[in-house]
Every structure is written in structure tokens, then in C-alpha cells.
Design a binder for this molecule. Structure first.
Ligand code: DGT
Length: 260
């Protein structure tokens, strides 16, 4: 029954005003999250989309940390590629980095424009610190690419950060873009991202099952209690929602109702 609930009952009031709502877009690799995010960004000035930092994972500067200057020998590290090429060696490292960048994104304050909004301001994320854990890290553990020690360590620091940051990283809702893995495979092949050349349908099948367990069946016991009751808007992303104007409008109406 909670699946298509709208978010109004979820948002705490601060200083007499409803604060900005936070919603993440979830879904399989190449389902169309970025396209959908751009659609939302252009649909309303009350909605602010925070993009997923994929380019950061493809381009880590080995010589520079914050506040220092890169040494001339610094090389560019593509952690996304390393993870796909040698998942057993690099999955844990990848998850620490992806999760850190997701915490960073979720901790960013909303732009002033949203705070001034008279409507229903919403900050939208592409994925979240929760899918980092419950979709990807869990999947890598189940595949044996993260060992049980790494999984225990990951969960320990992840829980600590979620507890410490508290409501700053909470979500009021999730939009689940749902499509058969075969459809995602076609889109993945069409876009031809070089790091993803070796991605197999079986991997997308497994990620699909993780999404279903989390967002449809809500069956996993590992999850944070609060997440089990979060409203989820499911959208059928197997249709070409970018090209088909009618579908686009229907999506936007559903999203608007969900946000209100
Ligand atoms: P979209 O916009 O629906 O087409 O989505 P993508 O594929 O651009 O974005 P996404 O989030 O599915 O991921 C981009 C790439 O990074 C993709 O190859 C999957 C990978 N990836 C993202 N997050 C994680 C993660 O937490 N762990 C692992 N192992 N891979 C991840």
C-alpha cells in the first residue's frame, strides 16, 4: 500500500516551513536514470537534480588530494574500468569511493532557489548511499567479489555514517525506474560506454533482482528500518519515455502527484 503514497506526510516541518524534500531515482544500469533526471530538471524550477558522479570514478587524480597540488608524475586513474576488469581486486575500493561521493552529494545543501520556492521544492539524486549498499555492494558480496571481511567493514562504516549524518542523508521517497534487464542491456550496448564492454546480461539480471527485493518485495532483513516504509513510485521504463511525448507527460504527472 505504501508504493504510490505521496510524500506530503513524510516531510518534517522546520521553522514552520516544510523543508526541501529529497528523493532518489533508482534502477538498473542503463535503464535511463540520467535521461529521466534531465527531464525532471527541465520540467520545474522547484526540482533540482544532483547528477551521479560517474565521471569522478573514471578520473581520479592520483597525485592530488584536496588542498594539494598534483605532482607532475600524477596519472589519471579510472576506477570504474579497474572495477570491471578485476572485480575481486577493486570492488571494495570502488564501493568506498562511490559511497563517499554519494554521501558528499547527499550532504550538499539545496540551492537558494529551492529554499525560496513557494511550491514543493524537491532535491533529486541519481542513486543514493542506500543503493550503494543494498544494490551494488551487496551484489558484489553475493558474487564473491567482496569478501566477508570487506563486507563486514563496509557495513560497519556505512551504518556509522548513516547514523551520524542522520536526517541529512534521509530520503522522503524513491522513484524506481523499472525495466526488464534485456531492455537495459540493449540500451547499454547502444550507448557503448567503453568500461562496460564486458558487462553481461547475467550481471544486469542480478542487479534487477536486488532492485526488486529492495523496492518491490521489500523483503531483505538487512535494510535500515526507515527505508522499509519509504514511499516508492514505480515507473515502467521499458517504454521509450524520452521520445514519446505522451509517455513523458504521463511520467511527469505521476511524479508531480508523488512529490505533492
Ligand atoms: P542510466 O542513466 O540509467 O543509463 O544509468 P548509468 O548506467 O549511466 O548509471 P549507473 O548508476 O547505472 O552507473 C554508471 C556505471 O557505474 C555503470 O557501469 C554501473 C556502475 N556503478 C554505479 N554505481 C556502482 C556501484 O555502487 N558499484 C559498482 N560496482 N558499480 C557501480
Amino acid at each position: 500500500p505504501s508504493r504510490s503514497r505521496c510524500l506530503s506526510s513524510q516531510v518534517p516541518i522546520q521553522d514552520g516551513k516544510a523543508r526541501v524534500k529529497r528523493v532518489s531515482i533508482e534502477g538498473n544500469i542503463a535503464v535511463g536514470k540520467s535521461t529521466f533526471a534531465r527531464l525532471l530538471q527541465s520540467a520545474s524550477p522547484d526540482w533540482e537534480v544532483m547528477a551521479e558522479p560517474v565521471s569522478k570514478w573514471q578520473n581520479i587524480n592520483s597525485g592530488a588530494s584536496k588542498g594539494t597540488v598534483a605532482s607532475p608524475q600524477a596519472t589519471v586513474i579510472n576506477l570504474l574500468q579497474m572495477m570491471y576488469q578485476d572485480p575481486q581486486r577493486w570492488s571494495y575500493t570502488f564501493q568506498t569511493y562511490s559511497c563517499m561521493s554519494r554521501f558528499r552529494t547527499q550532504l550538499q545543501p539545496p540551492p537558494a532557489r529551492l529554499l525560496r520556492s513557494e511550491g514543493t521544492p524537491v532535491q533529486v539524486y541519481e542513486r543514493s548511499v542506500y543503493s550503494d549498499r543494498y544494490i551494488f555492494a551487496l551484489n558484489m558480496f553475493e558474487l564473491g567479489c567482496i569478501n566477508s571481511t570487506e563486507w563486514a567493514v563496509y557495513q560497519d562504516w556505512h551504518s556509522l555514517l548513516v547514523e551520524q549524518f542522520g536526517h541529512q542523508v534521509e530520503l522522503e521517497g524513491i522513484i524506481y525506474l523499472r525495466a526488464p534487464p534485456q531492455k537495459c542491456m540493449e540500451r547499454l550496448e547502444r550507448r557503448g560506454r567503453s568500461e562496460e564492454i564486458g558487462v553481461k546480461l547475467d550481471y544486469l539480471n542480478k542487479l534487477h533482482i536486488q532492485h526488486e527485493r529492495w523496492l518491490v518485495e521489500k523483503s531483505t532483513e538487512l535494510h535500515f528500518e526507515k527505508l522499509k516504509h519509504i514511499p516508492v513510485l514505480q515507473l515502467d521504463a521499458s517504454v521509450e519515455f524520452q521520445a514519446d511525448l505522451e509517455v513523458r507527460d504521463q511520467f511527469l504527472i505521476k511524479v508531480k502527484n508523488f512529490f505533492n
